[in-house]
Write a protein that binds this ligand. Sequence first.
Ligand SMILES: [Zn+2]
Length: 298
Amino acid sequence: MPSEPLTADHVLEFPGGYTRTTGPVIGRFLTELRDGRLMGVRTAEGRTLVPALEYDPATGEPVTGEWVEVGPAGTVTGSAWVHRPLDSHPLDRPFAWALIRLDGADTALVHAVDAGDSRALPPGTRVRPVWRAARTGHITDISHFAPEVTKIVSPIRTAYRLTASPSLTRFLEGVRDGVFLGCRCGTCEKVYVPYRLSCPGCGNPISEEVPLPDTGTVTTFAINNLPDPRAPEVPFVSAYILLDNADIPMIALVGGIPAHEVRQGMRVRAVWVPEQERTLSMSNIKWFAPTGEPDVEL
Ligand SMILES: [Zn+2]
């Protein structure tokens, strides 16, 4: 009969802490840390090691006695996100362990970064130390690092009055009365909508007003996935609609049909708000809805 392997569980722990000497180089680094300064030590090759080490990890040579102040800000070179901090971790909320190359240093030190709810800390993020009020000469004299301030929210309010041109006023009067007013250029014969007083094609003044039907054809369209106060729901469709008898399309919403069913060449008709609710504005048209007629070849 096979027997279970014999096991015994142990814990190796120094509950009061394990006292060790630092040596002159790491001791200097920690003493400077207690004074709120971040210092690096120079190698014979001129590189600055932070945290300070007694030997250059690249060559094995002893470092020089030359010290330089670095940071306090630095750049994240790599990180790992901690979703569920352990009791022994420096922060009690999700954070990142990061490699941080302090300004002026050639190596990176490992420390915790409190990046809020971002759930990731991309390389290149600029961070600064958050110091503890009481310092003892330990790497935890820096409570953690925090990203530099890169954006603020500022309230904006601009009050302004928009004055409609005589031609736009005329067009909106038409829209109030349930008619799209276009105009015909006497020179190039093109019919434009909205109504205007000069031809955008040939530049000639226009005087002939042309009432247009409220039916047309979708020429191009876009499906929008961001909410808009004018749209019935998300996703919604905004489209260029060529009104019948017009030579250029105008932009409007398309409704009364799922967004993915809208197509080029689809026949549509304006859906007007009730007459008693109409104003001198384009909001008199809720949107354009399919007429059910066969699609048109564009
Ligand atoms: Zn013209």
